[in-house]
Design a protein around this ligand. Structure first.
Ligand code: AMP
Length: 492
């Protein structure tokens, strides 16, 4: 299959060739003809599959007939709306729109919170055909009457599962209610829970279902290990691992924004160059942190799941889970950037007694045990072998999901994960004491399925969490270093 065979316009073929793509990825091969035909799509695909070009290319082609060089705003109404959960993803998708649309004179704009709203307002008033936006900031523009949706022909909801996790569904519904009924809608999600299916029912008409597997190479070359350790010793163990290994470019995941800053600070004090990225950082701080990490100035990037989502880091060799994620799917997201293109990658998790339930769920999801390696000097106490407590709900999440949890915690508050994410697993003994460099088994996902969606799983450990229908409160500006418009971890 070639891009020519997909029937794309010469302007798009040229842009694709400039980008160096020789053939469409599976999701592109499937999605492009369907979107070109004007049909709705329910797409199961993750970042890394080429899904962005899968919807951006045909979207550009469908709108190309409206391309105009007229300066009149009336000639440039909003024709396509692409909603993403995070600023980083919005920026990335916008970049793709610019890359693939560079030979088609359509106007595009990215709209997200945490930055001055005025330039966005002015650009919207001048007229723009394609708007990539995070929901909160888009609604601010609606309130200001700087945007009008009467001419919207195509709606794209990217990473819908993440939107749900972040409590954005009420915002999405408000936006949906303002769009013309006659439109094309595309929904992409890595997982399909009942809630996502319900949302799809309300926004899609006779959608074509497109699902693609994760690239096999991503996971086949990733080794997984976990180090059992007492919660109080995690920081020291992390520093030990970083000091005694030659790991470069390590992405460390934590559960809370405050935890991210605190851990990066601790590592710095230990002489390890580290930086943190999370939603309380200004856009400029995030960009700087990412640049430092990419350039090697910072060896370690400590991130929350939300902040890391959509980060444009193509090839990352090492991921360390300082805390296990609240839902097992996030484990798969976290390691999604390692081991790409057949390169070796590794995912190391520091697991304390309270997290054994989460570990069990991850192992169930990835369908294999993760080897336990006790690091000498960091052996866990007897608590680790004791019976695990029952979990209170799926993933032990807070009502509002991961991001509202991060957002609502004041900077002095301890992460709630330990109080809430209790184990649902019976006894688990550390299997052996070995040096951390032991050769570990490789993960192999079933290539026909990205991974088992919790929503469709019949062996889900616990019921779905109740999610809030309110957007979480904004943090106090003073705590955020006097940002003009504080941006919570729930991206706007
Ligand atoms: P995405 O899943 O949309 O985030 O894309 C992941 C990466 O794949 C991006 O860096 C794209 O530039 C790249 N990509 C997208 N389509 C292709 C293609 N057909 N061939 C090679 N690389 C691609």
């Amino acid at each position: 299959m070639t891009f020519e065979e997909l029937g794309l316009l010469p302007e798009l073929l040229k842009a694709v060739a400039d980008a160096g793509y020789t053939e469409p990825t599976p999701i592109q091969a499937q999605a492009i003809p369907v979107v070109l035909a004007g049909k709705d799509v329910m797409g199961g695909a993750q970042t890394g599959t080429g899904k962005t070009a899968g919807f951006v290319l045909p979207l550009l082609q469908r709108l190309a007939r409206h391309a105009s060089t007229s300066p009149s705003p009336a000639r440039h109404p909003v024709r396509a709306l692409i909603l993403t959960p995070t600023r980083e993803l919005a920026m990335q998708v916008h970049e793709s729109v610019q890359t693939y649309g560079k030979y088609i004179p359509l106007r595009d704009l990215v709209v997200y919170g945490g930055v001055d709203i005025k330039p966005q307002t002015e650009a919207l008033r001048r007229g723009v055909e394609i708007v990539v936006a995070t929901p909160g900031r888009l609604l601010d523009h609606v309130q200001q009457k700087s945007v009008n949706f009467n001419s919207v022909e195509v709606l794209v909801l990217d990473e819908a599962d993440r939107m749900l996790d972040m409590g954005f569904i009420p915002d999405i519904k408000r936006i949906l209610a303002m769009l013309p009924k006659e439109r094309q809608s595309l929904l992409f999600s890595a997982t399909f829970s009942e809630e996502i299916k319900k949302l799809a029912d309300t926004m899609l008409k006779a959608p074509v279902l497109i699902e693609v597997a994760r690239r096999n190479a991503v996971t086949e070359t990733v080794t997984h290990r976990m180090h059992p350790v007492d919660a109080d010793n995690k920081r020291q163990l992390l520093a030990h691992i970083l000091k005694t290994s030659s790991l470069k470019q390590v992405l460390v995941f934590v559960g809370t924004k405050f935890g991210a800053s605190r851990l990066a600070h601790y590592l710095e004090k230990q002489g390890i160059e580290a930086t943190a990225i999370h939603g309380d950082k200004s856009q400029q701080q995030r960009t700087e942190a990412l640049d430092d990490f990419k350039s090697g100035k910072a060896r370690v990037l400590v991130a929350t799941d939300v902040a890391a989502r959509g980060l444009d880091i193509d090839d990352l060799p090492h991921v360390i889970n300082f805390e296990l994620p609240h839902v097992p799917e996030d484990y798969v997201h976290r390691i999604g950037r390692t081991g790409r293109a057949g390169k070796e990658g590794d995912a190391t998790s520091l697991v304390c007694a309270e997290e054994r339930g989460k570990l069990a769920e991850i192992e169930k999801l990835i369908k294999r045990p993760i080897e336990q390696v006790v690091v000498p000097g960091f052996e866990p106490g007897a608590e680790f072998s004791g019976p695990a407590e029952k979990r209170r709900g799926r993933g032990g999440r807070t009502e509002k999901g991961e991001d509202s949890r991060e957002k609502s915690s004041s900077p002095r508050r301890e992460p709630r994960s330990r109080e809430r994410d209790e184990a649902g697993r019976e006894r688990r003994e550390p299997r052996r004491v070995e040096p951390a460099k032991a050769k570990l088994p490789k993960l192999d996902f079933d290539p026909s399925k990205p991974y088992e969606s919790r929503g469709s799983s019949t062996d889900t450990a616990a019921p779905e969490p109740k999610r809030s229908h309110h957007r979480p409160k904004r943090p106090v500006p003073a705590l955020l270093g006097g940002l003009p418009k504080p941006e919570p971890e729930t991206e706007k």
